[in-house]
Design a protein around this ligand. Structure first.
Ligand code: GRF
Length: 188
């Protein structure tokens, strides 16, 4: 399976995939390329592993430029790993069923435009929810609305802060990102 990973941030989810390939949890999987819509630490992680890395900073043409780089690369799956830009409708339709995203909450709650990073955790705490978690889902034209592939939750403890939720979500993401890719590998 050949995958392309799209990133925008610290790259912990990219690192999760790299580590799983390195230690054999993900076999027969190649990270064919990494594409970033902004300069970020995830780019450094990618270069550290000599992965083909593209920095496409023009947000208006990101989808077009990314599609150009994917041309002829036999990519089986595109993984949005902490990726913050919204892909174009044309791109999503062209790659329908081959794009997955990881979201730091239990969709369908706390999804959609503007729901990313600490804003999600703030909303969960303000709502007084007892649990939170993360979700891996297929990407469709509706932001965070695609079919859910895998979710995992954890209990929110009294006094938990946004930072506590961020840390606990990162732990959950570590597990479900790799598990979801493995699930799709078996399916493909
Ligand atoms: C993660 O919680 C992810 O769900 C969200 O962005 C956060 C940072 O991801 N989309 P990463 O460290 O850049 O992978």
């Amino acid at each position: 399976m050949r995958i392309a990973v799209f990133v925008s941030g610290s790259g912990t989810n990219l690192q999760n995939i790299i580590d799983a390939v390195e230690d054999g949890r993900l076999q027969n999987l190649e990270i064919a390329m990494v594409m970033a819509d902004r300069d970020c630490y995830a780019v450094e992680r990618s270069l550290d592993y000599d992965l083909p890395t593209y920095l496409l900073e023009d947000r208006k043409t990101f989808s077009e430029d990314a599609d150009h780089n994917l041309e002829g690369e036999n990519i089986d799956l595109i993984v949005l790993a902490g990726f913050l830009s919204i892909l174009s409708k044309e791109f999503v339709e062209k790659w329908q069923g081959k794009i997955i995203n990881i979201h730091p909450a239990l969709l369908p709650k706390y999804g959609g435009k503007g729901m990313y990073g600490k804003y999600v955790h703030q909303a969960v705490l303000e709502a007084g929810d007892e649990v939170s978690g993360a979700t891996v889902h297929f990407v469709t034209a509706g932001v965070d609305e695609g079919e859910i592939i895998l979710q995992k939750e954890f209990k929110i403890e009294k006094g938990d802060t946004v930072e506590d939720l961020q840390r606990k979500v990162a732990e959950v993401e570590k597990m479900i990102m790799v598990e979801a890719i493995r699930k799709l590998e078996v399916r493909s």
